[in-house]
Design a protein around this ligand. Sequence first.
Ligand code: SAT
Ligand code: MN
Length: 580
Amino acid sequence: METWVDQAARLTKPDKVVFCDGSEAENNVILHEMLKHADSFRLNEKTYPNCYLHRSSPSDVARTEHLTFICTPDKDDVGPTNNWMDPGAAKIKVGALLDGAMRGRTMYVVPYIMGPANSPISKVGLEVTDSPYVVANMRIMARIGKVATDRLGNSADFVPGLHSLGDLDPLRRYIVHFPEERLIWSVGSGYGGNALLGKKCFALRIASYMARQQGWMAEHMLILGLESPGGKVTYMAAAFPSACGKTNLAMMVSALESQGYKVWTVGDDIAWMRIASDGYLHAINPEAGFFGVAPGTGMNTNPNVMRALNRNTIFTNVGVTSEDEPWWEGIGGGPPEGLVTWRGEKWDLSKGPAAHPNARYTVPAQQSPCISPNWEAPEGVPISAIIFGGRRGRLAPLVYESFDWQHGVFVGATMASETTAATTGDVGIMRRDPMAMLPFCGYDMADYFRHWLEMGKRIPKPPKIFHVNWFRRGANGKFLWPGYGENVRVLKWILERVEGRGEARETEIGYVPKKSALTLDGLHIAREALNELFRVDADDWEIDLADSREFFAKFGPRLPAELREEHQKLARRLERSIPA
Ligand code: SAT
Ligand code: MN
C-alpha cells in the first residue's frame, strides 16, 4: 500500500500527505478543510446538526459518460457500449494531467472497505484524493480508515484509485479504468460517481470485471426486504437506471403496512451477489450510505429518507433558505422568501429550479428508520426476485414476470429507459440500458450477458426475474400509476409469484397479473387506467423488437445465441397474436 501511495505522490506532487484513520477527530479536521473553500458551508446547527452544503462547479454536476474510459490492451474487450483507450496511451495522456496536479494541496489517503467489515464478500479499496469533500463523502459511503487497513493487513489485494480535482475543466477531465490492473484514475471532476471512486468506478466497473472472472455478480441494484404478515422477510434486488427512483423504492413506506406488508432497506444502488451454500444467490450492499437525488424527495414521496436527512448529511447542489436550511423542488411547499440557488444566487422565477435536478444528499445508511436489521449481515441476504425497470412512457406494463432465467436475461438485456439528469447530456431520450449497467459494465456487455446466462445455470435456487414500469403514461400524458408507497402492491404480487401463488395470465411477453390478483383496496384508480397499465400492445412490441434487434446487432457475433433465440421466440409469439 505504501509503495502505491508513494508512486501516486511522486506523480501528483502534493505539499502534504495525510493517511486517514477514519476517526471522529480526523473527520472534524477534514470538514474544517472543506469549509475553507468558498464552495462549502455549514447548515443550520440547530435544525441540521453536522450538515453541510457543497456547491460544485456548474460544469461538474453529473457523471460524464463521454469522458469515462475502460482501458484494455484489446479494444474489442470493452465492447461497443464502452469508451476505450489503450492502457499505455491513457497512462501518458491522463498521467500528464495528474503530473503535479496536487501541488499546493494535501493528498488524503483513504483506505476503505466496500461491504460490511466482517463479510467475506467485501473488498478493500484505497483512494487518494486532493478533495476534502470527497473524503467527507467517502466516510459516509464506505467504511474508511483503520477498519480497512486492519482488514488488508500486509495483503496487496486492494483496488487503488487516484483522484485529483485537477482544474475542474471538462476539457481536462478523464475517468479511466484499468480492469486488468484493477486500477482507477480520475482527474478534473469533484462530483459523485466521477470522484467517489468506491462507488461506480470500483463497486461496478472494476467489480463487474472481477465478478465475471471469479463467478459472482456486481450489479446496479437496490436490495430490499419485503416483510409479510407473520413476519417473514423476502429479499429482492432491483435494477433501474440512475435517477429512476431506486432510493425511493428501497426506502418505501408501504401503503399496505396496516395489512402487514413492510419494506426494509438493505441497499439503494449496488448489490454484490454470490451463490451461497444454501443454494440461493446472496447479496450484500457494498456501500455504507445513500447518495440520493434530492429534488422530488419530500415527506409525501420518501418520508423515511427525509427523517434521516436532518443530521450528519452532506448536501450537494441544493438550494438554501435564509435559515440556512437545505431546500429543493419537491421538498414540500413553495420556494421560501430569501431562497438562494445551488449556484449561490438569490432565487427568482427567472433562475429556474433552485436545486440542480441532479442535486444529491449523502447520508449514513444506518440513519434510515427502515434500515434492515440484516443490512450488514456478513453472509448477505438471500435474493428471491430480481426486478428490472426503467422509465417507459409507453410499452411496458406495470409488471410482468419472465418465463424463466434465460428469458429474464433477455428482458434485462433489452431494458430501455428515458435518460435523466444523473448524467451530462439530453434528458428524456429513450436509450437501451441493459440491466441498468450500460454506463457501469467494465467489459464487453455481450460477455456480460453470457456471464448472466452462466450464473443462471449455476444457481441452485435462482431468483425469479420480473420487469416493472412505474412510468407508463395515459393518452393525456399523465402517469397512470401513483407510484411511491403504492408500489408495494406490485412487490406483494411478486412475492406471491415467488411463493407459487399470485394469479397471472400468460401473454406474449411474460406473465402479467390478473387484475384481480393485484391488491387494490384503498387505492383510487380508474378501471381504464388499470386496463392500460396491464395492456400488452403487440404492435408497439413489434416496433420495440426492431429497435432491440438493432441494439443487439452492435455486439456482433459475441452476443450469446440464447439472446437471439429469445428475440426470435418473442417475435414469433407476437406474430401469432396479431390477427392477419
Ligand atoms: O453520480 S453517481 O454515479 O454516484 C450517481 C448515479 O448516477 O447513480
Ligand atoms: Mn446508481
